[in-house]
Design a protein around this ligand. Sequence first.
Ligand code: 6PG
Length: 236
Amino acid sequence: MRAAGRTIVQRAGLGDRSVIAISGGATPRPLYEMLGSPPLRDSLARREVTWVLVDERYVPADNPQSNSRMIRETLFRGGIAEKHRFLDFDTSLDDPSASARRFEETWSALGLETLDIVLLGLGEDGHTASLFPGTAVLDVQEGIAAAVYVPRLGQWRVTLTLPVIRSATLRIVLATRESKAAVVQEVANGVDHPVARAMSGEGERWWLIDRAAAGRLSDVTGTTAGGDSRNEITRS
Ligand code: 6PG
């Protein structure tokens, strides 16, 4: 977590402004608590940062499942810094696709183009963001965000699209706990999981994985199914 925290603060300090996309779920919670507390919060507050939500469960904003709620309770527990903005998904709309379109309109209105950093999680089925195996959103090549129904969860989601994630300057996957060890090994062995697609191609990519999640890695590198580049999967 500390490595991810240091990286985000350091990268946010490089340019005049940063666009940092952050995922939900349980894994990054301690990281966001760290970033939302002194001293990292104060370092970040001096920078111009646009935080972008990577994906959202299509539930009301006050629902305990809401990623936006979790982030407001952790990263923004002291409020959103004056120089910061937070672009999340409006789940009050009846139609998830309308929410994705509104997200895109706001993205354009804010003048956003490319993500400087995208922080991704990893599901045990190999999903990342709300790019779940076997869902049509994996094939969406246009647009910034899309809605997707996930049969396994019986839930609608809205998510950044694969091209937007893959075009980020720095892509980080954060995975902890033994429950992720099997999928981490599968990715290292080249299984074409959505996370492997998100992390393939050129550009800077980091896998920050704790010992428990790296427990089945025989060595420290693996080539994902994308084939076009090696994903260095190392123990953090
Ligand atoms: C979400 C996330 C999702 C998450 C993985 C891992 O909305 O759930 O965006 O992609 O990163 O499901 O979740 P955990 O960190 O809770 O294991």
